[in-house]
Design a protein around this ligand. Structure first.
Ligand SMILES: [Zn+2]
Length: 461
């Protein structure tokens, strides 16, 4: 699970849909048949396999672009291949920043703190009058030709702020934090070729005060280098029986990278372990739908692997993908608080139900007599698929555990029972689409029981 900056979360416009709704899912004539099909998959699930995968993967951190990631990638590739799946490793570039120096001067004097360059900022030195433009809403900005914009963090994304200033002619951006604690930085996107630097709230507010009465000339001096590294996605395809091929694709994903500081047993070796276990089982089960098992790299750096993969899909492939099931942090003993079903929840990017949540909710009722609610969160690899119009959700336990993104995210916090539950629900859901007895899935009408499940505004952390 990716920790997003506050600005970016707000920029997503988290408008919560209200109340609960009912999933009108077609009833099958014989509900027992659905359970019989579930059993073809769920009876074969072995929690020890998943636990052992996590044990191996969490021996070391797996930060994108490191040896640890590559070791995990080779392990996952070998597992998929051992199941007889057509497997590819998809490399993609990621960039680290090496900071040589970043200097901010006000009227020729260095500020009394260490400023941070925006990620992706160009290296350049500019000296120009400073203009306070608030949070950089476009309607509040006048002409900035030849000026450096002083911006407060918050409400809109970093790149929007930079673009709004650029559009009015700014030659640099100096952004101050919107809270007095926490980290401060930002990011620019390709083509935003002005130096951009972040400073603390205290210094920012001093400048705002100063600008009320006098002119201020600022110098931004940024000297940073981009270092290219390689991260990877691992993609395994289970092909349908040639005589019974609907031409459709269903995807099952997790991310194999971890944060640099922790071994990522739950985040997200747990999701990978379920992907591998379902791949093992389904590779021996006839299907009429291609099942694509993917583990993504560089999720923790902002969903880079899944965006790279989604962008690499051909125009012809996208409409064939019926669903993307993402699993992120699905095995922690300590996650979920006092919520029912261990805190198991499904999140969609737009807070609306879709085929994935319908299938997941129906499977949980069939198999475990449990209700799973759904909520609205991005922050994982379901996001790029949603943006392509593919029904998608991330399955997790919320609220997240205390060990999230810490060195303590270790194997001893993993619950085999939680892994088992998640594998059953996802395995049964995927098999509803992929089993050869169903007619080709056109719309969200394959789940076998009428279930109701509710929107829940449950925060993730
Ligand atoms: Zn994470």
């Amino acid at each position: 699970m990716y920790r997003k900056s506050i600005s970016a979360i707000l920029a997503l416009g988290l408008v919560l849909s209200s109340g609960s709704a009912y999933a009108q899912v077609k009833s099958a004539p014989n509900e027992h048949s659905a359970v019989a099909f579930d059993n073809k998959v769920i009876k074969k699930i072995n929690a020890d396999n998943m636990y052992n995968t996590i044990a191996y993967l969490s021996e070391q951190p797996r930060a994108a672009g490191t040896e640890g990631e590559y070791k995990a990638v080779k392990y996952i590739e070998n597992q998929f291949k051992s199941f007889g799946l057509e497997t590819t490793i998809q490399p993609f570039p990621i960039y680290d920043t090496q900071i040589n120096h970043v200097i901010v001067k006000i009227n020729g004097t260095d500020i009394k703190e260490k400023p941070n360059p925006f990620s992706g900022s160009i290296s350049k030195q500019v000296t120009a009058p400073l203009v306070n433009i608030g949070k950089a809403f476009p309607e509040e900005i006048g002409d900035l030709t030849g000026k450096i914009a002083l911006i407060e963090r918050g409400n809109i994304t970093f790149t929007e702020k930079v673009q709004n200033a650029l559009d009015k002619g700014a030659v640099g951006v100096l952004m101050y934090n919107n809270s007095s604690s926490g980290n401060f930085s930002g990011q620019v996107q390709d083509g935003q070729n002005i130096p951009a630097v972040a400073i603390t709230r205290a210094t920012g507010l001093q400048l705002v005060e100063q600008l009320k009465t006098t002119e201020v000339v600022a110098t931004l001096d940024v000297d940073i280098e981009k270092i290219e590294k390689t991260s990877y996605n691992v993609i395994a395809s289970l092909k349908p029986n040639k005589n019974k091929d609907t031409g459709q694709i269903v995807m099952v994903g997790a991310h194999h990278d971890s944060v640099p500081v922790g071994p990522g047993a739950n985040d997200d070796a747990s999701g990978v372990s379920v992907v591998l276990e379902l791949a093992r089982i389904l590779s021996k089960t006839p299907v009429d739908t291609e099942i694509r098992f993917v583990t993504f790299g560089a999720e923790e750096r902002g969903l880079l692997g899944s965006y790279y993969y989604a962008n690499s899909l051909s125009k012809d492939e996208v409409p064939r993908i019926q669903a993307h099931f993402q699993m992120d942090m699905v095995g922690s003993k300590d996650a979920g608080g006092d919520n029912p079903f261990g805190g198991f929840i499904m999140y969609t990017l737009d807070g609306k139900k879709n085929l994935v949540t319908d299938l997941g909710a129906a499977a949980a009722v069939r198999i475990r007599s449990e209700n799973i609610s759904y909520g609205q969160v991005g922050r994982s690899d379901h996001q790029p698929f949603h943006e392509l119009g593919i029904p998608s959700a991330v399955f997790t336990h919320a609220p997240l555990e205390a060990a999230y993104h810490k060195p303590t995210d270790t194997l001893d916090k993993i619950s085999k029972e939680k892994l088992q539950q998640v594998a059953e629900v996802i395995g049964a859901s995927v098999y509803q689409i992929a089993r050869p007895d169903t007619p080709a899935l056109v719309n969200a009408t394959v789940a076998q029981e009428l279930v109701d499940y509710s929107f829940e505004n449950r925060p993730i952390d």
